[in-house]
Design a protein around this ligand. Structure first.
Ligand SMILES: [Zn+2]
Length: 350
């Protein structure tokens, strides 16, 4: 294989930062999809929306007898208003799965049907240490004990409804993004905006270099991954291979870390396609990309969503290591670089 084309890490991190700042809880990811659509079009690609609200673009390959696809998801964890409480505050229902304690203290925005954005924060119902003493530490954190305190003058349901807030309004949590000098990127929602930014960077690099992928390749950005069916549809019928690009699991017992791309061989949905996973390992070896191989204990991917929906293709999973996933996440630019390079090696590899 020829040298992999260059891509700018600064641009990649800028793109990722912009994406992270766009609220996109599952079911309300349109703005993030539009952002990616504009980037694809700026790179000279024809972006085609899926009816479900995702976006795809196809790069014509040197061959088209075994079409490929890569998918990353733009939706993130979030919430909806479940109830306007008697005290005018909001009870939440989760969008996606996470532990309630991971959102305690976070700033959030409630999006009303009229297009207003009302700020607030997620707090324990017994938040004040001066009022509740030890109970602040010992209370369970769940949907009944956490509530949204709105930054608006309300302490009755009527006043909150008067603000335009209704049951079912989307709530997005602040990403709390910080890009550090040591190369760390700390933010909520690196799952999977980190993967999406790598996929975009790889596609842009190919376009700038005027290179074609080995096979005709569909880029697929999904908007329903966190609830399990993001990439269940939206691929060409003759697709042969799908590589999902999503965060790698970092923590005790995991082989992944924040500095490498991981090739995941198995998660909660069972093993990935052995042949395709082996080829990805060989491509990484050949291109001199340091990587990890791992299995994930509590994880499902959009690749499996396509398998479960009947997709008769080889599926593999790669992605950058993300610490404290579905909590206050962190990765490192080395993992983003490795992921982007492996995507390029896959796209260009025979
Ligand atoms: Zn994910």
């Amino acid at each position: 294989m020829k040298e992999l084309p260059d891509f700018g890490m600064t641009e990649l991190i800028d793109t990722l930062s912009e994406l992270l700042r766009i609220p996109s809880p599952t079911g309300s990811a349109d703005q993030a999809i539009d952002f990616v659509r504009a980037r694809l079009e700026a790179a000279g690609l024809y972006a085609s929306p899926t009816r479900k609200g995702g976006i795809t673009a196809t790069l014509e390959g040197e061959s088209s007898d075994s079409p490929r696809a890569l998918t990353a998801h733009l939706d993130t964890l979030g919430a909806m208003v479940r109830e306007v409480k008697d005290n005018g505050r909001l009870k939440l229902t989760q969008v996606g799965h996470y532990a309630w304690n991971t959102i305690e203290g976070e700033g959030c925005t409630v999006y009303t049907q009229d297009g207003d954005a009302i700020r607030g924060s997620v707090l324990l119902t017994k938040a004040s240490g001066h009022v509740f003493g030890e109970e602040v530490g010992s209370s369970e954190r769940d949907e009944d004990t956490l509530e949204v305190r709105l930054d608006a003058r309300t302490d009755t349901p009527a006043e909150t409804i008067g603000l335009g807030i209704q049951v079912g309004d989307f709530v997005a949590f602040d990403p709390r993004l910080e890009v550090g000098k040591a190369g760390f990127i700390r933010s909520r929602h690196l799952d999977d905006k980190a993967g999406a930014a790598c996929l975009l960077a790889a596609a842009q690099a190919l376009q700038v270099a005027g290179r074609k992928p080995a096979q005709t390749t569909t880029l697929h950005f999904s908007n329903y991954e966190e609830v399990g069916h993001g990439a269940a549809s939206g691929f060409p019928p003759d697709l042969a291979e799908l590589v999902a690009v999503d965060m790698a699991v970092v923590g005790p017992g995991q082989a992944s870390d924040e500095f490498h791309v991981t090739i995941c061989l198995k998660d909660s949905g069972g093993p990935y396609h052995q042949g395709l996973s082996r080829r990805l390992r060989a491509l990484a070896d050949g291109a001199g990309i340091p990587y990890r191989v791992d299995t994930y204990p509590h994880y499902g991917s959009d690749g499996e969503a396509y398998w479960r929906a009947g997709g008769d293709v080889a599926v593999a999973l790669i992605g950058p290591g993300v610490d404290a996933s579905h909590s206050y996440e962190r990765t490192h630019c080395d993992a983003l670089e490795g992921t982007t390079r492996l995507i390029l090696a896959y796209m260009l590899g025979a």
